[in-house]
Design a protein around this ligand. Structure first.
Ligand code: 5AD
Length: 336
């Protein structure tokens, strides 16, 4: 079960009789390559203002019922400082595609946060090569930008006014600039096929992504997809498990969307290949308005975001909290 052909991935995704075996194997690959320590990344949702029209996302520009906010650069740095004081070794700066945060403003924020001796991850969408370069030079270490789906037709339907090729270009630019590069997909988008999920996994492998975030689609009532059914958690876990088996040493978060569909969904994911949690450290007065899918705000206020409770929950499944920065420890064989 070390490597899979496209056909084998499709068969695995379609057949549910081997799920337990698949999850156990992914857990073993995670254990052997990443160990039992879980990396905690402090997530700061610093602006919910977005110029995009992604049909599934509650923050898309057409949703006028969201109260929009933008934290000041000082507030972002302060939030990062608090996260570092409570022990976080990585700060993830996430926002909608908000052009107020220009290259210069972001570089200033990144530099100030880097002075705190912490890894910085950006998750702010599509920007030019020059901007990515400037952020890297300012000290950013990692960048997350999900491809969402590699099915070009579905991508075009889901992302009006966006360009699939530009998304791929962004990922290639980030790799070229030597960011630790993260991508990922949604599972259960209306019209998505099992075949295209297999292609998503092969795309992750082809890119040699350093981080992969996978989450079930959850229908948001203020989006065009409000009447669609949610994605399936088991299928999302399977996509994640297969990704772990193919990309042994990468960092894979147990995503909040998984928890929306199952109480303790993140713990479940940690036992099927995941080795990262991204607790939300944004003040609730902001994060309650960062509702990319329903009930996320509620989860962001949840106990899973308190470090002592996370410690205990991790202990209950035999895991610890990592003390290092949690960069990918690349194994020789995954470079081939
Ligand atoms: N359900 C699940 N995940 C979503 N995202 C956006 N909207 C939804 C939704 N309705 C995910 C996207 C994006 C990430 C930040 O959140 O994959 O990349």
């Amino acid at each position: 079960m070390e490597t899979f052909s496209r056909k084998e991935i499709i068969d695995l995704l379609k057949d549910n009789s081997q799920n337990d075996r698949l999850f156990a194997f992914a857990d073993k690959v995670r254990q052997e390559n990443c160990g039992d320590a879980v990396h905690l990344r402090a997530l700061i949702e610093f602006s919910n203002i977005c110029r995009c029209y992604c049909k599934y996302c509650g923050l898309q520009v057409n949703n006028s019922s969201v109260e929009r906010y933008r934290m000041t650069p000082e507030a972002v740095v302060e939030c990062a400082r608090n996260a570092v004081s409570s022990g976080y070794k990585t700060v993830v700066l996430q926002s909608g595609e908000d052009k107020y945060f220009s290259k210069d403003i972001l570089c200033t924020i990144i530099k100030e946060i880097k002075n705190l001796d912490v890894a910085v991850t950006l998750s702010i969408g599509e920007r030019s090569y020059e901007e990515y370069k400037a952020f890297k030079e300012a000290g950013a270490d990692r960048y997350l930008i999900r491809i969402e789906t590699t099915d070009r037709n579905l991508y075009n339907i889901m992302h009006p006014k966006a360009d699939f090729d530009n998304r791929v270009r962004c990922l290639k630019n980030l790799k070229r600039l030597r960011y630790e590069t993260g991508t990922g997909c949604l599972v259960g988008l209306p019209g998505q096929t099992i075949e295209s999920l297999a292609d998503d996994i092969l795309f992750f492998k082809e890119l040699d992504a350093d981080m992969i975030g996978i989450g079930p689609f959850i229908a948001h009532p203020q989006t065009p997809l409000k009447d669609c059914s949610n994605g399936n958690l088991t299928l999302a876990l399977k996509v994640m498990a297969i990704t772990r088996i193919l990309l042994k040493d990468i960092n894979i978060p147990a995503t909040t969307a998984m928890e929306t569909l199952n109480f303790d969904g993140r713990l479940l994911a940690l036992e099927c290949g995941a080795n990262v949690i991204m607790p939300n450290v944004t003040a609730f007065s902001y994060s309650k308005n960062y509702e990319i899918y329903p009930d996320k705000a509620h989860l962001d206020d949840d106990i899973m975001n308190s470090r002592s409770i996370i410690n205990n929950k991790l202990k209950s499944i035999g895991r610890t909290v990592a003390k290092d920065f949690g960069f990918r420890k690349k194994q020789a064989d995954s470079e081939t």
